[in-house]
Ligand binder design. Structure first.
Ligand SMILES: C[S@@+](CC[C@H](N)C(=O)[O-])C[C@H]1O[C@@H](n2cnc3c(N)ncnc32)[C@H](O)[C@@H]1O
Length: 274
C-alpha cells in the first residue's frame, strides 16, 4: 500500500495541482499523526465540522472512524479531488470561506476537528468559542499560537488569546509536529490543541477591557487603560481596592483578576456618573 506521503504527491500530480500558500496549504502526510488527531477527538459525541479538508485524508479518517463530518473548504480547485477521496463516505462538503460560515447555527454539542489554515486560526477559534455550540475543538496550529492559547500569566506568550481560551474552555497542547510531517513543509513547528468548552458565554465588556490592557504590552496597565479611554482615577481606585500595585502590567493578571478589575471599574464609573 502506498504511504500517505506518496498518495498526496500522486493525487496532486494527477489533478495537476500545486499546494497554494495563500490558502495555508500544508498537507499532513504522516499517517501516525492522522491517527493521533482522530484519537484525540474521540468519542464523537456530536456532528464533526472540519475546516479546510484539503485533499480529504483527515476527513476520510474521521468518517471511517464513525464521525458525521461537514467539511468546509475555500479552495474550489480541490472539489474533484475531495469527491474522489471521499466517495461513498457520509461527508457533507461546503465550498466557502470558513470565516463566513454560520457557526452560530450548528447543533449544540458539535465538534471541530481540523488542520487549520494558519492565517485564520485565531479569529476562527475565537468565533467558535463565542458561539457556545461546541463540545470539543481539536486542531493543528502553529506551535507559537498553541503556546499562546494555553499560556499562564506572567509568561511571554500570555495575552488576549490565552484569556479568551481560559474564559471559555479547558485548553491542552497535546503534542508537537515537526515541519517534515507536512507537504510542503512549513517553516515552523505545529501543535495539536484540544479545547474542551465549559459552557461560559461571551462577556464583551470584560474582553474590551482585556483587549485594551494588552494593546500596549510594554506599558503599565493603568497607562494602557487610560489610553483606551478608561478614566485614570477610576482605574487607580480599582487597582487599590483589589490590592494590585499601581505599576502592575496586564500580563500579571489572571482571568479572575481581570474579572474583578472589570466589576470594580464598572461600579466605580457608575458611581461617578450618578
Ligand atoms: C493546513 S491545510 C490542511 C489540509 C488537510 N486537512 C490536511 O490535513 O492535510 C489548510 C486547508 O484549509 C483550506 N483553507 C484555507 N483558508 C480557508 C478558509 N478561509 N476557509 C476554509 N478553508 C480554508 C486550504 O485550502 C487547505 O485545504
Amino acid at each position: 500500500m502506498p504511504s500517505l506521503r506518496e498518495e498526496v504527491r500522486t493525487l496532486l500530480h494527477r489533478h495537476g495541482l500545486k499546494a497554494d500558500k495563500r490558502f495555508g496549504q500544508n498537507f499532513l502526510v504522516e499517517e501516525a499523526y492522522l491517527k493521533r488527531i482522530v484519537e484525540a477527538a474521540q468519542p464523537f459525541t456530536g456532528p464533526v465540522y472540519e475546516v479546510g479538508p484539503g485533499l480529504g485524508f483527515l476527513t476520510r479518517a474521521l468518517a471511517q472512524a464513525g464521525a458525521r463530518v461537514t467539511a468546509i473548504e475555500k479552495d474550489l480547485r480541490l472539489k474533484p479531488v475531495l469527491e474522489e477521496t471521499l466517495a461513498g463516505l457520509p461527508v457533507e462538503l461546503r465550498f466557502q470561506d470558513a470565516l463566513r460560515f454560520p457557526w452560530r447555527e450548528v447543533p449544540e454539542g458539535s465538534l471541530l476537528v481540523a488542520n487549520l489554515p494558519y492565517n485564520i486560526a485565531t479569529p476562527l477559534v475565537t468565533e467558535l468559542l463565542k458561539t457556545g455550540r461546541f463540545a470539543k475543538l481539536v486542531f493543528l496550529v502553529q506551535k507559537e499560537v498553541a503556546e499562546r492559547m494555553v499560556a499562564r500569566p506572567g509568561t511571554p506568550a500570555y495575552g488576549l488569546l490565552s484569556l479568551r481560551v481560559a474564559h471559555h474552555a479547558h485548553g491542552e497542547r497535546l503534542f508537537d509536529l515537526p515541519p517534515g510531517a507536512f507537504f510542503p513543509p512549513p517553516k515552523v513547528f505545529s501543535s495539536l490543541v484540544r479545547l474542551t468548552p465549559t459552557g461560559q458565554g461571551d462577556e464583551p465588556g470584560l474582553f474590551q477591557l482585556i483587549e485594551a490592557a494588552f494593546a500596549h504590552r510594554r506599558k503599565t496597565l493603568k497607562n494602557a487603560l487610560e489610553r483606551a479611554g478608561y478614566p485614570r482615577e477610576a482605574v487607580l481606585r480599582a487597582l487599590k481596592e483589589l490590592g494590585l500595585p499601581e505599576e502592575v502590567r496586564a500580563e500579571a493578571l489572571d482571568l479572575a483578576a481581570f474579572r474583578a478589575l472589570w466589576e470594580t471599574l464598572h461600579r466605580s464609573v457608575e458611581v461617578e456618573n450618578r
